[in-house]
Design a protein around this ligand. Sequence first.
Ligand code: BDP
Length: 701
Amino acid sequence: MFLRLLLCACLLLTSRAEVRADDGYRLWLKYDQLPEAGLRKAWQAHAKGILLPEPTTPTLQAAASELQLGLQGLLGRPVPKGAAPGGRGSIRLRVASAEAALGREGYRLTMTGGGLEITGATDAGVLYGCFALLRQVQTGQRPEALNLTSQPRIQHRLLNHWDNPNGTVERGYAGSSIWKWLELPERVDPRYQDYARANASVGINGVVLNNVNASARYLTPEYLRKVAAVANVLRPYGQRVYLSVLWAAPKVIGGLKTSDPLDPQVQAWWAARTNEIYQTIPDFGGFLVKANSEGEPGPQDYGRTHADGANMLARALGPHDGIVMWRAFVYQAGSGDRFKQAYEDFKPLDGQFAPKVLVQVKNGPIDFQAREPFHPLFGAMPRTPLVLEVQLTQEYLGFATHLVYLGPLIKECLEADTYAQGPGSTVAKVVDGTLEKHAISGIAGVANIGADRNWTGHPVGQANWYAFGRLAWDHTLDPADLAREWTRMTLTREPAAEAAITSVLNQSRSIYVRYTTPLGLHHIMGQTLHYGPEPWLASSARPDWTAVYYHKADAAGLGFDRTATGSDALALYAPEARARWADPATCPLDYLLWFHHVSWNQPLRTGRTLWQELTTRYYSGTDSVQWMQQQWARAAPAVDAETHADVTARLRVQQREAQWWRDACMLYFQQFARQPLPPGLPPPTRTLADIKEQVDIYQLR
Ligand code: BDP
């Protein structure tokens, strides 16, 4: 008998452990039972059922099902859909088309005498409202005084997947692509629906399915049927699909001799292809184009401009409700400072783009570095709607190995003041269209999602997907609040653990900057792979793919002179924005080496010389990873053991690699500074030659 009891107890414990083990698949939509009985009871009183409006739609059904799933899990008891007894205590979903003030996607959550109501002017608004209500419950808010109205500030909130037809993901670090092109359209992976739910929960309403370095294959009838199958899953969740297109498609799959946008046959080909797309996918969102960039074909191959190309596609869209997002990520070999090249190409085209065209601009002028000044095109093209493109996949931020929460990075760019129309002309206001009065607006995040069970590789990578969506919806939100929301929904609501985790998240990006590229250093990472340090890289296929091109270390000092005595890239900014960075004595230290070549012995306002400040930052950044480890360890009792162990191990790698960055950069720059480390800092225990060898192994050279 005793043995049997013991066996039962063991079985119970094992199955508990299995239930508890969290593989991260459910993201922030966990819906585990609220631990506080009082809070559960309070919500239960208002969530006895879910009342759907008539006629219902697939979106309303999806909204109600999500609400049911979430509330049943969180409150630990059934929440039936349909009429509850007398309707009292039920949550009422309302589509009130007359409430135009809510906009196409906005919602209102209210506690009325009759109960809890989720109102939208459309079914999409109700869907977002349901997710907002779940967020309230998940983050531990109480129901009594519920009164919340929200609508998105930016119209097109997109994820850009850089996924290829063969299942690989360019710059993807979370496994292969989630899109199973070989299986589609017959087999539709159930994962697509969970993906759509996650996107909808943060307000993402569009998805570019394929890599900007595009294959023409997606435009073939065979692939369009596959794309349509994905679109069918995303549609009820308020998301439209878009495709990246290969500029040379008319030649590659159309049998034409040219892809010249002014050629009538080319124009007819795109118009016919576009009509076919809309026959297959009636709510197709439009095209994303990378042209004349990094070897991709484009209209300039025929002596035409980016505007000629974009406008031709806009014409092909004809009466269909779609847009063209034309990327400004262009730079020509050997034509001066890469910082200036996109501006020089695009600024003169302002006013020439057709109404359906948006120009998509990366947050900074170089390429998704850990910290960049805002791109000078923001504010410089008032007659063109600009899409802000940020990168969630951490190509230059330690892949899925380093814990880097990107909320602060995205916010820093959104808040940057372009001064284009006086103070307060922030990038956010350019992007949401309010500054320059544009009817369309957009924001895009290059996705960090793959087929790994937990979607993002690093468990905390999920926070970047989450924060991007929430900021895309409302750029006034505070990334620290979003870190808290995500932590509560995903990891724990235990106060001490929550505080420890959110402090790690909030500091993580500036810590990463300190141990990799402090003081405005940039583009000194490993060649091709873009991982680890390689500041000595001096030759590559293009000079602006080397590190020495950017840091310009010499016996005199360090940094890229972009003032009037140098490349004068500063002149691209409005005078007030320029003034912030122009004087090395007042330039914020975080941007110093972006704009100035500073002598090693130059005293900075910290009281240290450049060399001393550089070393201090590399060392303190590396030490801070230890602090991250300690904080994370404190959260152990309150976080799922599997997830905790996973992050702990990744932090150990991060610690080792922070030292690698520090030692590599210290030893390399020391050759120019010819000075010892400031007293008290332990010198690297390896030589530069040792480190170079390690980098070669990484780069498989
Ligand atoms: C760079 C990536 C490259 C992308 C390119 C782009 O290294 O793989 O194709 O950006 O944005 O950061 O087009």
